[in-house]
Design a protein around this ligand. Structure first.
Ligand SMILES: Cc1ncc(COP(=O)(O)O)c(C=O)c1O
Length: 395
């Protein structure tokens, strides 16, 4: 039976994720993968999880396994309000919504805000998962330019001046895919512009806690809370499989997000929320985060050193102070997908950057390199292999 004719018109817009196809190839034995975008399994606090599992059962008993509020498990929302307070984000427990990963929030945002043909402004490049979440609601994407200092405020202003932008979606800290961070000066300008045009900003912040150097920067939400949906997640600081994200949003948006979430999943797993609540309120995050940082920092340094050692001078790349990714840009005309194919033949993989652009034809000469999933030695070897393909002028 072919049910193709049954699919909704919008379903065709969803498309398969090209990256998933790439990840299938790179998980083959012997391939060193710098392609993934996921945390290292050895960063998960397994002993803590086992301790907290017992504690949650003891403390919350059957409540941890019951249906719960759509907004989220009350002890977790309380713990999150305190956690956010430390970052300068003033929220009461009532202001917080727990979502099934940040991805759950992105889906709900698409659902409540985007009608077919609506204009949504996204960075070039941007997070592919956001594009996937929004695509089923059929928006038109408007490109926001970036450079090494993050989103370029003038580009935002030009876009907002044209009017009719539903919302602006950005990842200002250690962006996926580029690793770039929008500077404080730019954050202030961006806040001014968003306020001036009374626009809505979705600030996606999964990586700011993964900082290996330098000082933390305040979220744009702290500058213009009435205009920002701020979202973050436990995926990079606890365990992604728990699927716990959270957000704070302006009151009206919050109300509709909760209604949309009711339709999507009723609520996020109560048990997993209880684990996250104890992880935060019991001080486990504070104790465990340094271990995650000490795992990733040398891996990032190994990658930057290897790139200095092997990459040709025609390349430039980001040098982030944290996060999980480095973004490299080759000379115009270089076909990075070809470099990818030839590198995989030699057992090293990355993701060609073109997949992270909302508009096809952009970013053909770019690449995303991840350093969280393998050790320093493998990182050096993979960068040497990829550089070899580039230097031999095969593409
Ligand atoms: C920028 C960005 N936003 C959201 C997510 C989704 O995270 P979650 O696991 O919380 O759904 C990711 C995960 O890689 C990400 O990189």
């Amino acid at each position: 039976m072919d049910f193709e004719n049954l699919l909704a018109q919008r379903t065709r817009k969803m498309g398969a994720s090209a990256i998933r196809e790439i990840l299938k190839v790179v998980s083959l034995p012997g391939v060193i993968s710098l392609a993934g975008g996921i945390p290292a399994p050895e960063s998960f606090p397994m002993e803590i999880i086992s301790e907290l599992t017992a504690r949650v059962i003891d403390k919350y008993a059957s409540t941890a396994f019951q249906y719960d509020l759509t907004e989220g498990f009350t002890p977790l929302r309380k713990a999150l309000a305190e956690h956010l307070q430390k970052k300068g984000i003033h929220a009461t427990p009532d202001d917080v919504i727990v979502t099934t990963g940040s991805q759950g929030l992105l889906e709900a945002i698409g659902k409540i805000l985007i009608s077919r043909g609506d204009r949504v402004a996204v960075e070039a490049p941007t997070y592919l998962g956001a594009i996937q979440a929004f695509n089923s609601y059929e928006p038109d994407y408007i490109r926001l330019d970036m450079d090494d200092d993050g989103l370029i405020p003038d580009s935002l202003e030009e876009v907002l001046q044209t009017g009719g932008v539903k919302f602006v979606y950005i990842v200002p800290t250690f962006q996926n895919p580029s690793g770039r961070t929008t500077t404080l000066e730019r954050r202030e300008k961006i806040a001014e512009i968003i306020r001036k045009y009374n626009a809505l900003l979705v600030e996606d912040d999964p990586y700011s806690d993964l900082r290996y150097r330098g000082k933390p920067l305040q979220a744009i939400q702290t500058l213009i809370p009435e205009n920002v949906v701020y979202t973050s997640t436990f995926s990079k600081i606890f365990a992604p499989g728990l699927r716990i994200g959270f957000c704070v949003a302006p009151a009206l948006i919050k109300k509709w997000l909760v209604l949309a979430k009711q339709g999507i999943d009723l609520h996020t797993s109560t048990f997993n929320q209880a684990l996250a609540a104890e992880y935060l309120s019991g001080g486990y995050l504070e104790r465990h985060l340094p271990k995650i940082l000490s795992l990733y920092k040398p891996r990032q340094e190994a990658m930057l050193e290897a790139m200095d050692k092997y990459f040709p001078s025609s390349f430039k790349w980001s040098k982030p102070e944290g996060g999980m990714f480095i973004w490299a840009e080759g000379p115009r005309g270089l076909d990075m997908e070809c470099v990818y194919v030839k590198s995989v033949e030699r057992k090293a993989a990355f993701v060609p950057g073109k997949f992270f652009f909302a508009h096809s034809g952009d970013g053909l000469e770019t690449m995303r390199l991840n350093y969280t999933m393998t050790n320093e030695e493998n990182i050096d070897r993979a960068i040497e292999i990829i550089s070899g393909v580039i230097k031999e002028d095969l593409c």
